[in-house]
Ligand binder design. Structure first.
Ligand code: NI
Length: 170
């Protein structure tokens, strides 16, 4: 299982680089990410969250091979004007869920795990997760959309959680 980095870690805020090599090591890393995502009971995981500052993320909406997506070097090329609210969470900000407004439909260009290019139109939960994960590649977290007071509260809560866990490990 891979370690999931949390709010407060620099790697979550760094600018990511394009993936250029699509080799077996990359494919194995993607496999490990799916296992980690499954274990953490999440629907999406971006490279910075496992400490890798590169442009890729995975999505697994229903825990199964038929609902798995890999997006490498993605670009959101179209977004609908209409925005909708949805309660989001993030494995890097455990225990925090907030309603966030985002475009309802999007069109994305990306490469798959082998480097093959594809275009996908998404709406609903898939569109939501893609936009959330794509933000991670730009050093952005969903809490950034919240009012400053709420962000401070969340950061405090995360620091407290971190301290508690450190004590447990000793
Ligand atoms: Ni996230």
């Amino acid at each position: 299982m891979l370690e999931i980095y949390r709010l407060g870690e620099d790697v979550l805020r760094e600018k990511t680089k394009d993936v250029k090599v699509f080799d077996s090591a990359f494919s194995l890393l993607i496999d490990a990410m799916f296992e980690t995502l499954d274990d953490a009971d999440g629907v999406g995981l971006a490279a910075p969250q496992i400490g890798v500052s590169e442009r890729f993320f995975i999505v697994d909406l229903h825990r199964g091979s038929g609902s798995r997506y890999v997006f490498v070097n993605p670009e959101i090329i179209e977004t609908s004007l209409e925005e909708v609210p949805y309660e989001e969470g993030c494995l890097s900000v455990p225990g925090v869920y907030r309603n966030i407004m985002r475009p309802e439909k999007i069109k994305v260009q990306a490469q798959n795990v082998e480097g093959k290019r594809f275009t996908i139109e998404a709406e609903g939960l898939l569109a939501r997760v893609i936009q959330h994960e794509n933000d991670h590649l730009n050093g952005k977290l969903f809490v950034d959309y919240l009012p400053p007071e709420d962000q401070e509260k969340i950061e405090k809560r995360m620091r407290k959680m971190e301290k508690k866990e450190k004590r447990k490990r000793k």
